[in-house]
Design a protein. Structure first.
Length: 423
C-alpha cells in the first residue's frame, strides 16, 4: 500500500523545532484522519501531532526526547490510493535558513581539528562532515544531515574571532555561556585555545539536554536582561482584600486582586506600560495582563485580555481556567502573546521580596510577596494592631519608566487594594 509521511508541523509562528514527549501509537495500529498520535514540546507548550489521513501506522521514526525541525518526517501511514494521491512521500530535509547556511570560518575551524585524547588534551575530533562527534551523555545533538541548527540567539558577539564564533555556533553556545571563561588573549579576549579547554573541561561532567520550556525561559530572560531594569517596592495591607474575598463565591486569589488593580491603574496611567522601540513609545490599545504560573521545569505566562474592563467576579473563572492550562502546559500561542505587563505571586513560595524580570516584550512586572501578620501602628486606636502585610515590587524597563512614575503606579495599586469594592 502507498505510504504518506507524518511530518513535524509548524505549531507556532516562531517554532523551528520541537521535542517528542510521548508517542501514542505503534506500527500496525489503525488510525483515523487528524488523530493525535504524538505529543511534542516547544518552548511555549505541549501540543499534538496528528495523522495526515486515515490508515495504518507503517513506521515511526521519531524517538521520545528527540528534537526534530519543522518538516522532519516522524513516521509513515499506509493509506488508500486516493489519500496517498494527495500527498507526496518525501525524505527528511536539512533545516533551512540560518541553521543550514555555511558558518563563517568553517574551513579555518576544520583545519584546526583538535587531537584525539591520548592521555592529554581534548578528545574532540573533526569527522568528514567537519563536525566533532558528540560524547555520550552530552546534550549537544547533531541533527539529520550533519547540521547543527543554529538559532538566531547563538551568533556570538564582538571581541571574538571568526574561529571562536564558528566553534561556538557548532555547539549552539552564546557569549553568556562563556561568562566563566577567563580569556588569555589581548584585552582579555577568549581565544580558540581558551574555548577548547573549556569544552574539554565540561565534556566529562554529567549533562543532559534541557527541556524546551527551560530553554525558552533562559532565552527570554537573556533578551530581557539587555535592557536597564530597576525595581521599587512598597508594603500593602491585605486585610481589606482578605475580608472581601471571604464574601465571594467563587473566591478569587490575592494575585487576581493584584492583577485587577494593576489593570485599572494602567488604564489610568497608560504611559507606564508603553514600550520604547527606536524613537517611538508604543502604547497598546488594550490592557492585557499576564500571570506567571509555575509549570514543569519552567514558567508559563497566560494573558488575561481586557483585564481593566472585566469585573473581578467575572475574571475569577477565567483566571482559574488559564492557570490550570498553564500548569498542564496546554496553552496556545494566542493565550501567551500580546500582554503589556504581568503579575508574579512569588509569595506562594514563602518569599517576602523579589525582583522579577519583565518579559522581553513587556515593560513592567508586578510581584506579590507572602502575607504575614505584623504589628502596625493605628492612629485611631493609638496603639499597635495586628495586620496582614505583604510586599509589592514593581520591576520595570528604566528606559520607559522612571522611579517617580513607578512610585505613582504602585501607590494607585495600593489604593485600589484598600478598597476592593472598586475591583
Amino acid at each position: 500500500m502507498p505510504q504518506v509521511p507524518i511530518t513535524m508541523p509548524q505549531l507556532g509562528e516562531s517554532m523551528a523545532e520541537a521535542t517528542i514527549v510521548a508517542i501514542k501509537v505503534k506500527p500496525g495500529d489503525k488510525v483515523s484522519a487528524d488523530q493525535e498520535i504524538i505529543e511534542v514540546e516547544t518552548d511555549k507548550a505541549v501540543m499534538g501531532v496528528t495523522t495526515p489521513c486515515a490508515g495504518e501506522i507503517s513506521k515511526i521514526d521519531a524517538e521520545v526526547k528527540g528534537t526534530y525541525v519543522v518538516g522532519a518526517v516522524l513516521g509513515y501511514v499506509e493509506a488508500s490510493e486516493a489519500d496517498a494521491a494527495r500527498f507526496q512521500k518525501r525524505a527528511p530535509q536539512a533545516p533551512q535558513g540560518e541553521g543550514a547556511e555555511e558558518i563563517p570560518g568553517r574551513e579555518e575551524e576544520t583545519a584546526h581539528a583538535v587531537k584525539t585524547q591520548n592521555g592529554s588534551g581534548s578528545h574532540f575530533q573533526v569527522d568528514e562532515a567537519g563536525l566533532p562527534p558528540i560524547a555520550a551523555g552530552s546534550h549537544f545533538q547533531v541533527e539529520q544531515g550533519g547540521v547543527l541548527p543554529v538559532p538566531a540567539s547563538a551568533k556570538g558577539a564582538g571581541y571574538l574571532s571568526p574561529r571562536v564564533r564558528a566553534r561556538m555556533a557548532e555547539f549552539q553556545l552564546t557569549q553568556a555561556d562563556l561568562a566563566g571563561v577567563a580569556g588569555s588573549g589581548a584585552a582579555g579576549r577568549v581565544t580558540i585555545k581558551d574555548l577548547e579547554n573549556f569544552l574539554s573541561g565540561i565534556e566529562s561532567q554529567p549533562a543532559e539536554k534541557p527541556s524546551a520550556i527551560r530553554t525558552g525561559v533562559a532565552d527570554a530572560m537573556r533578551r530581557s536582561w539587555t535592557r536597564p531594569l530597576a525595581t521599587v517596592g512598597v508594603s500593602v495591607c491585605l486585610d481589606p482584600v482578605l475580608q472581601d474575598r471571604a464574601k465571594r463565591d467563587p473566591k478569587p486569589g490575592p494575585a487576581l486582586y493584584v492583577l485587577r488593580a494593576l489593570a485599572l491603574a494602567l488604564a489610568e496611567q497608560p504611559n507606564a506600560a508603553a514600550r520604547l522601540i527606536g524613537s517611538r513609545a508604543i502604547r497598546s490599545d488594550s490592557i492585557d495582563i499576564g500571570v506567571a504560573v509555575e509549570a514543569q521545569d519552567g514558567i508559563m505566562v497566560p494573558v488575561i485580555r481586557n483585564a481593566d474592563k472585566t469585573p473581578l467576579a467575572d475574571l475569577t473563572n477565567r483566571y482559574t481556567e488559564v492557570v490550570d492550562l498553564a500548569r498542564r502546559r496546554r496553552l496556545t500561542t494566542e493565550m501567551t502573546s500580546g500582554g503589556i505587563a504581568s503579575v508574579s505571586n512569588f509569595g506562594t513560595f514563602g518569599l517576602d521580596w523579589g525582583t522579577p524580570i519583565p518579559l522581553p516584550d513587556q515593560t513592567i512586572l508586578l510581584g506579590l510577596g507572602a502575607g504575614k501578620k505584623s504589628p502596625t501602628w493605628s492612629e485611631e486606636k493609638q496603639q499597635f494592631v495586628p495586620t496582614t502585610q505583604a510586599e509589592l515590587t514593581l520591576s520595570f524597563d528604566h528606559r520607559s519608566l522612571d522611579g517617580g512614575g513607578a512610585g505613582r503606579l504602585l501607590k494607585r495599586i495600593v489604593e485600589l487594594l484598600q478598597d476592593p469594592a472598586k475591583l
